[in-house]
Design a protein around this ligand. Structure first.
Ligand code: FMN
Length: 344
């Protein structure tokens, strides 16, 4: 078997390598996103991290990333769950503004992506949608998306429940290009995912342990030191399972939401109060761990991909390892009915 370097995803995104740096709240700083795109992959920024955590004005931040990327494409994560009207209006404005600034790749998470697809397609761009199972991929396809990012059980952030192999098979009926997210860090992992039939790979945790990521040095070192057994899922931070390193802070907090929290999350009228409470707790933990490096509040999100992280590297060097491995296995011709788009 061979791993293709040109895939339906690279054509959609207008990139030379089928490697994505997934959006990460709070870790997607502009320098990281720009460096991945400059190296031939696709850096996807997270607008809330850009403006709220890294304190950039949206327009200036997007211009900065586009500059760092040397004019190569970058992508934007549009979280489309309509949690409040104000939030929705802000996301709509950001999507329009990003399009005006030349962004042509969008990754939608949660909710119905139809409104994003409508505006992005009018501008000649593409939309991929996060899915952990067939039900969500179908919703994305009904909303008109061009591809799926398949989040498996080894992923950092909100992990799925399927293996990479099972998920690819499950999503086949949708008939769209599928990018593998979760558990990948080494060049061997990347090649293997493409050999399985994925159109690209999306990595998160591996990119935190790079020079360009501005995460706290203790966080990066923890990723280098950790093994995959150190990753646990906790519901205590957002109400839904998040993959984190099993630090003393996480152990002290516990992994499962209590019965009252579960009840409050189930009820429509109380759900947003519970989420707001979780939001405050997460913000406090983030400020302590990411900002001050407070060891008593180590809150380090990570996927099982930590298993393959043995060094903190510059992004360009890491990307060269992926490019070299794919070069070794390059196949020139791939059957792809999708017309190429060329994001500016
Ligand atoms: C710290 C962290 C924060 C994340 N935040 C987001 C996010 O805001 N939106 C999103 O769609 N995915 C988010 N993810 C998921 C990543 O984009 C990516 O799919 C995932 O990290 C892949 O798994 P890996 O970490 O094993 O490489 C996050 C992941 C991590 C590790």
């Amino acid at each position: 078997m061979t791993a293709p370097r040109v895939t339906p995803f690279t054509r959609h995104a207008g990139v030379t390598l089928p490697v994505v740096c997934g959006p990460m709240y709070p870790c997607s700083n502009p320098e990281l996103v720009g460096a991945v795109s400059a190296a031939g992959g696709l850096g996807i920024f997270q607008p809330i991290a850009l403006t709220f955590v890294h304190r950039h004005d949206f327009t200036a931040g997007v211009r900065l990333m586009r500059g760092l990327a040397g004019g190569r494409p970058i992508g934007m994560n549009a979280l489309i769950e309509a949690s409040s009207r104000r939030y929705h209006e802000r996301m709509v404005a950001w999507v329009h503004e990003a399009l005006e600034l030349g962004v042509r790749f969008f990754l939608t998470s949660l909710g119905n992506p139809r409104w994003v697809v409508d505006v992005v397609h009018r501008a000649g761009g593409v939309v991929y949608h996060d899915a952990t199972e067939l039900k969500w991929a179908r919703k994305g396809a009904e909303g008109g998306v061009d591809g799926i990012v398949a989040v498996n059980r080894r992923a950092g952030g909100h992990a799925g429940s399927r293996t990479a192999e099972a998920l690819l098979e499950e999503l086949a009926p949708v008939g769209l290009p599928v990018v593998c997210a979760g558990g990948l860090s080494t060049a061997t992992d990347v090649v293997r995912a493409l050999e399985l039939g994925y159109a690209g790979v999306q990595l998160g945790t591996r990119f935190i342990a790079t020079d360009e990521c501005t995460a706290h040095p203790r966080y990066k070192q923890a990723l280098v030191d950790a093994d995959e057994d150190d990753v646990v899922l906790t519901e205590r931070l957002t109400g839904i399972p998040v993959a984190v390193l099993n630090t003393p802070y996480i152990q002290q907090m516990g992994l499962t939401a209590g019965p009252l929290a579960r009840w409050l999350l189930r009820e429509r009228r109380t759900r947003h109060w519970m989420r707001a409470l979780y939001g405050v707790r997460t913000a406090v933990a983030l400020r302590a761990s990411h900002g001050r490096g407070d060891a008593s509040r180590d809150y380090w999100q990570a996927g099982r991909s930590v298993a393959g992280i043995d060094r903190i590297l510059p992004v360009a060097e890491l990307m060269r390892t992926y490019a070299a491995a794919l070069q070794d296995h390059a196949t020139p011709a791939i059957a792809d009915p999708t017309p190429s788009t060329s994001p500016s």
